[in-house]
Ligand binder design. Structure first.
Ligand code: ATP
Ligand code: MG
Length: 452
């Protein structure tokens, strides 16, 4: 925005001749120092008084400019980690891949990061490591603020705010992109995605969160580089999936992941089942994410176990059906399918045991909830996963699965008085889907454990 540029400084840098340093003064943006977290402001102040450059940076500047509430406030500085540490009594250096300093104020922790460079020429074996395919594994080459801006992922994430004089420092036209609602990767998109394929997921996540358009030069290579996501470690990819699906914009993010062919590398077993636009799997996942977004908006808890239960259910159900056709009992078929599908998924996204266990309980209860007779019903309701399993039944029905009024039955049962509950249980006892207990059941007991 030309009218906004009052001061225009061009710094000729050896390594980045095209990097331009724009400084936007107080009248040219909507931020004020009072919007910045007090502790972050005080860190910047201490660092600047000690002679270092320091800014508030990243997501919080972006969010404040867009009237959103920042999740946290990060500080970037020319001071080295040990210099930062020496200035703040309650601070410690953490991380190996990226060394950062955590400065503690009461219960709050502010992250202070030293300016880093992504520059090939200054790379040094000890500080920066890359795999043969170009992926960064270690990244601790310190640099100038301009170099720090160019190694960040998106232009809208690379704005530096100086609360001491209320200026925004922009090296990548990030402020223009915020004004124009554009998500743009910094530098050559294909190279940046090769360096760190997770950036493709970040593009989708921020485009969804902010409602921005992905600029075409950023979008084009995503499809071709999507398979690079296979190189991402399963624990990191699991963490990323939580950010994709549990931060209130799951539906929009999911649509972008499908559009840009990224979803295939997140839940590979499910992806082919989503091609049918009218199929139940696509409806189930979209509905699960719609419900998740609504819950987050109303400050309700969302559980990773429930989300993964939905993501893998169509796959588990399909596989269980084939095992049933081969003569296995429904409980055994389900348990075997669940074990196999879970094992394959955790190779991609390392879902921790504390989530796979409740996830499998939700699936398991789907069968138990079909059988509503006798005193089983009361016992089921006392199961710690009953509520989630009941919600899951409702979700399946919402997405078009015909469960013969199962959800409505459980809804009515829960609100009925004791006498009516007994009557309901008696009535359904004779009719509800009791499977035959046969030799197969003994089989299932013996074999279910090996599919864990
Ligand atoms: P959020 O609101 O989700 O915290 P954020 O922009 O602060 O958004 P973080 O994941 O906290 O995102 O990362 C902080 C900053 O670090 C980002 O703004 C971005 O500049 C930079 N960054 C994070 N991940 C990457 C990456 N994979 N590649 C390059 N830069 C990154
Ligand atoms: Mg952040």
């Amino acid at each position: 925005m030309l009218e906004r540029i009052s001061r225009f400084l061009k710094k000729n840098l050896k390594s980045k001749p095209d990097a331009t340093h724009y400084i936007f003064g107080p009248s040219e943006h909507s931020l004020t120092p009072a919007m910045i977290n007090r502790n972050a402001r005080s860190i910047v102040d201490v660092l600047q008084k000690a002679g270092f450059e320091a800014y508030v940076v990243g997501g919080c500047v972006r969010d404040l400019l867009l009237d959103l509430e920042p999740k946290d406030f990060d500080v970037a500085t020319s001071a080295r980690p040990w210099e930062v540490k020496s200035l703040f009594r309650r601070s410690r250096i953490i991380g190996r891949r990226f060394q950062i300093v955590h400065v503690q104020f009461g219960r709050e922790i502010i992250e202070v990061t030293t300016f880093r460079s992504n520059d090939e020429e200054s790379s040094n074996k000890n500080h920066r490591q890359q795999t043969d395919s170009g992926m960064l594994t270690r990244d601790n080459v310190f640099g100038s603020v301009i170099e720090d801006a160019s190694r960040r992922d998106l232009t809208v994430n690379a704005l530096y705010y100086d609360p001491s004089d209320n200026t925004i420092h922009d090296f990548t036209h990030g402020l223009d992109d915020i004004d124009d609602s554009i998500i743009r990767i910094i530098g050559d998109p294909a190279t940046r995605f090769r360096e760190d394929p997770v950036r493709m997921l970040r593009v989708a996540r921020f485009a969804a969160k902010l409602g921005f358009q992905i600029e075409s030069a950023t979008a084009t290579p995503m499809r071709h580089r999507a398979a690079d996501l296979r190189q991402i470690s399963a624990p990191r990819l699991f963490d990323e999936t939580l950010k994709l699906f549990m931060t209130g914009n799951a539906v929009a993010t999911f649509q972008l992941l499908l559009e840009h062919k990224l979803f295939d590398y997140i839940v590979p077993q499910l992806a082919p089942m989503l091609n049918d636009q009218n199929g139940i799997p696509l409806k189930l996942i979209t509905q699960a994410f719609t419900n998740t977004d609504i819950r987050i908006q109303s400050d309700q808890r969302v559980a990773p176990a429930f989300i993964y239960a939905a993501l893998l259910w169509p796959v588990v159900q399909k596989l269980a059906k084939t095992y049933e056709k081969n003569g296995n009992s429904p409980p055994y078929a389900l348990s075997k399918a669940a074990g196999e599908v879970t094992a394959r998924q955790i190779e991609v996204t390392a879902i921790p045991k504390r989530f796979t266990i409740p996830m499998r309980e939700i699936w398991d209860l789907q069968q138990h909830m079909l059988r509503r007779g006798g005193n089983r019903v009361q016992r089921l309701m006392e199961h710690p996963r009953f509520r989630a399993a009941y919600d899951f039944v409702l979700l399946r029905e919402q997405s078009g699965e015909n469960l013969d009024g199962l959800g409505a039955w459980w809804t009515a049962y829960q609100s009925a008085d004791e006498q009516s509950q007994e009557k309901m249980a008696e009535e359904t006892s004779a009719t509800s889907g009791n499977y035959k207990r046969s030799r197969r059941r003994r089989n299932s007991k013996r074999q279910t454990t090996d599919s864990e």
